[in-house]
Design a protein around this ligand. Sequence first.
Ligand SMILES: NC(=O)NCCC[C@H](N)C(=O)O
Length: 403
Amino acid sequence: MAERAEGRTAAVGVRSEVGRLRTVMLHRPGPELRRLTPRNNDALLFDGIPWVGRAQEEHDAFADALRGHGVEVLYLSELLTEALGVEEARARAIDLTCTDLRLGATLRAALVARLGDLAPDELAGVLMAGLRNDELTGVHSLVTGLLPPEEFLIDPLPNLLFTRDSSVWIGDRAAVTSLAMPARRRETQLTELIYAHHPRFAGVQLILGWGAEPVEGGDVLALAEGVLAVGVGERTTPAGVERLATTAFDLGLAHTILAVPIDQDRATMHLDTICTMVDTDAVVMYPNVAHRLAAVPVTRDEGGTLRLGPSRPFLEAAAAAMGIDRLRLIDTGLDPVTAEREQWDDGNNTLAIAPNLCVAYERNVETNARLEEEGVEVVRISGSELGSGRGGPRCMSCPVLRD
Ligand SMILES: NC(=O)NCCC[C@H](N)C(=O)O
């Protein structure tokens, strides 16, 4: 529980994937998406050039669907702007942004001064959308003179949309993650500023932190109280799992971590691209991997040493760690081609609002139909533009409070 500045108490904490969702942090896509071009979209981890206005409409509908189910929606950009009203946060933001070695001393000094003159909302805007060389007028340095006009002096962060990855609540702690891909690394500086300085999160203790062994929130599933599944693949590394496990055990936040090796592919970049929970004892999973997904239980012995158990089929290992007889697999039963198409379009990336109630992209018609046949109510949202960044409803949401 955290004390708000004005003395009221803001509830925080996540101990489940499916407990009723009370508060969530989203990021409404903004000017940072307008930075995407056919020349930079691959490096910026988008598979196309989204129509920004339509992406915003789709995102507004997503947020409305959540509010319609009683969920409080916090926006990352608003939290960031408010956090930057705190002088210490502002100084740190400018300092971190301007350490970039591409800048050189002269330009760095000029940028520090220029950013220091901005109001909190303007500064937040630059931190999110970046700054092109030709947008910095009136500064003459060797670096600005030699760099092409379209070069970014501060990189844009179009993947802020995927708030799932840049922080994750484990119990009542906010874990600031450490993102693997260069295009996303700076995002966690912003989430750290929010949690460290926004009055809403006063008193919340942070764990992990940016710039360390990679752990991404999309790989972390809170299967049950004290049990986390953590994907190990393109993003979260074995060393990241070691740090997460050590931290969670030290703080009594978990007793078992299931390390789940996943293919090192873009299509399966995070565990939540192939498996999400839809009930306290049920998951929906990409059928093309369901038969071979395995988990290695990580525990700690009394001497404090991390211990790896034998690798077992994921469902078995998860049920054992959760202390239940069986973790049900909602088998989408799709033929491999349809399954592959719908997985690519984040059909398995559902966001639970409550047990047996989830948000999913409408385009994954067959996966959604199977979920409904199994008694899971599906709130459908459009994601034709949002999906071009390869992320679905779970990726686009960071739960801050769940029952
Ligand atoms: N949890 C998720 O799977 N997040 C989706 C992240 C998509 C983003 N374009 C990325 O490549 O990191």
